[in-house]
Design a protein around this ligand. Structure first.
Ligand code: KG4
Ligand code: ZN
Length: 354
């Protein structure tokens, strides 16, 4: 069965073809980053218009790349939410029109389910059950995943998402939008402990996180540095700030990942979403071991190994491959074309599997 996947929830148009027997056959992506950079953030109206422009040519490139025809398609999967209303409607109406014309079903997909299942696109696939860490521009969540469609929220950020904190911090350091990846690159040249930023909720007894205070700490530090250096932030100091900021976010995510694994008893962790591309997070989680509590009268238990899976780099950020794949996994729930409605706000735990 051949599924066309359409992603248009924010500022990336992604189109891909996934075959249930042969795997991923093609994927194409257009990022609107340069267009929005001028405005320092995503302009929803521009995003919607650009998705409309890109969807047909990207689909045609995918079909050519895979050497298949429109008539070979068995279903069209699209991101139904969460995301920007207009951007979602561009993808939804295109997917529905195409499915209607070809007389094939459409499969509405939750964007975060796409991210969550994206590590299954790797050669080495995680086995269920696992803890999923979803870290994107809009979400920082730990989910218990028992099988496809069975997701329980373990904890999340009470304010900014990790990616949002990366982007806002990058912005106040004068880096172009969306600065998360750039900030992480500069952190490589930063000195360790040159600054001392808080690790919010690091020791809270739950799996909740908070990143907005960290961003404020960076703002205060930047203001101080500017006062001391005639209004500028010297390059090395900027890199030091990037380093400490990244270390603080990673420390919190690693500590909460430990807690999520400990609480569930699972020993597999799957990391998905844009921040999953972060090199420091990958390094730190790669070293993660679970230390269970000692039982009275018995020797201290040895730390347990964790299997950690990341999606291939190109499927970390928004893409059509994860939507085509999630669609293929849900073929049995396919509907007739006509489910035009989108869900700009939609909890992953509210997915109904028929
Ligand atoms: O999953 P994604 O592409 O889109 C959303 O659904 O939000 O994630 C985008 C987020 C942005 O906030 C971006 O700055 C962040 O992922 N990001 C990174 C890195 N690459 C992308 N954050 C930290 N380090 C990176 N290397
Ligand atoms: Zn995303």
């Amino acid at each position: 069965m051949l599924v066309l996947g359409i992603e248009s929830s924010c500022d990336e148009t992604g189109v891909a073809l996934y075959d249930t027997e042969r795997g991923l056959l093609a994927h194409q992506l257009h990022t609107q980053m340069a267009m929005h950079a001028e405005y320092g953030g995503v302009v929803p109206e521009l995003a919607s218009r650009d998705h409309i422009r890109r969807l047909v040519p990207l689909t045609q490139s995918c079909l050519e790349q895979a050497g298949v025809e429109y008539s070979d398609l068995d279903a069209v999967a699209f991101t139904q939410g969460p995301g920007l209303g207009g951007a979602l409607l561009a993808g939804s109406s295109y997917a529905n029109a195409l499915a209607f014309a070809l007389n094939i079903p459409v499969i509405p997909i939750h964007h975060l389910e796409g991210h969550l299942l994206s590590p299954l696109l790797s050669e080495e696939k995680p086995e269920f059950p696992f803890v999923a860490l979803l870290v994107s521009g809009g979400h920082s969540q730990f989910m218990a995943v028992r099988c496809i469609g069975d997701y329980t929220l373990l904890g999340e950020s009470v304010d900014d998402a990790a990616g949002e904190a990366f982007d806002k911090t990058a912005k106040l350091l004068g880096l172009p939008y969306p600065g998360g990846a750039k900030l992480s690159q500069l952190a490589k040249d930063g000195a360790e402990n040159a600054f001392d930023f808080p690790r919010p909720m690091l020791h809270s007894p739950d799996i909740q996180m908070s990143f907005s205070g960290l961003k404020t700490a960076v703002l205060t530090a930047v203001q101080k540095v500017r006062e001391q250096h005639g209004g500028i932030v010297p390059e090395q100091t900027r890199n030091d700030i990037c380093r400490e900021f990244q270390d603080a976010v990673v420390d919190v995510l690693v500590a909460k990942a430990h807690k999520a694994l400990l609480d569930t008893g699972f020993r597999t962790l799957v990391v998905a979403g844009g921040v999953g591309a972060n090199w420091k997070l990958r390094e730190a989680l790669g070293r993660l071991k679970i230390q269970t509590a000692p039982i009275k009268g018995q020797p201290k238990p040895l730390p347990e190994k964790v299997k950690v899976y990341f999606p291939p780099m190109e499927y970390c950020t928004d893409n059509g491959a994860m939507i085509a794949f999630a669609g293929a996994m849900r073929l049995t729930n396919a509907r007739e074309a006509g489910s035009f409605n989108v869900k700009p706000r939609w909890l992953l735990t509210d997915i109904v599997v028929a």
